[in-house]
Design a protein around this ligand. Sequence first.
Ligand code: MN
Length: 154
Amino acid sequence: MKNIVPLLISVLIVESCHSRSNFNNHTTSVFPKGEKVTNNNFTGIVWLQMLGQDDKLLNTGVGNVTFEPGARTKWHLHPAGQIILVTDGIGYYQEKGQPKKILRKGDVIKCPPNVEHWHGASEDSYFVQVAVTDNDKGSVVWLQPVTEEEYHKE
Ligand code: MN
């Protein structure tokens, strides 16, 4: 019986660390954070969870994307456009030649077909978005990285 109490305490500590690490792996967003992106289409640390991939109803990619502070896409375009639903954090969206927009939870961006743009987190906050992309006219076309100067410009 004497040995049970320390054992229980150890179990509780291990359990609490486990829950905490699970918590850190998620934001307060609705969908899972997914896996760290390892391709070079982004600057900084980005996580991706594709949603509904087994559903062949639509030729539409739905991705939950989590950008760590300062992380962003390269400049790119979508042949059939994209809708961005902001679910958490503070981020940026910019179309070529336009001022940068600040995005917050609940914002919806409609990115027109073939318009060069980028999106990502602000300097000090995570940014979580669900990107809905129609792939009927081809998938995303990746361009050059967003420079530090472009990223920080108001
Ligand atoms: Mn986009």
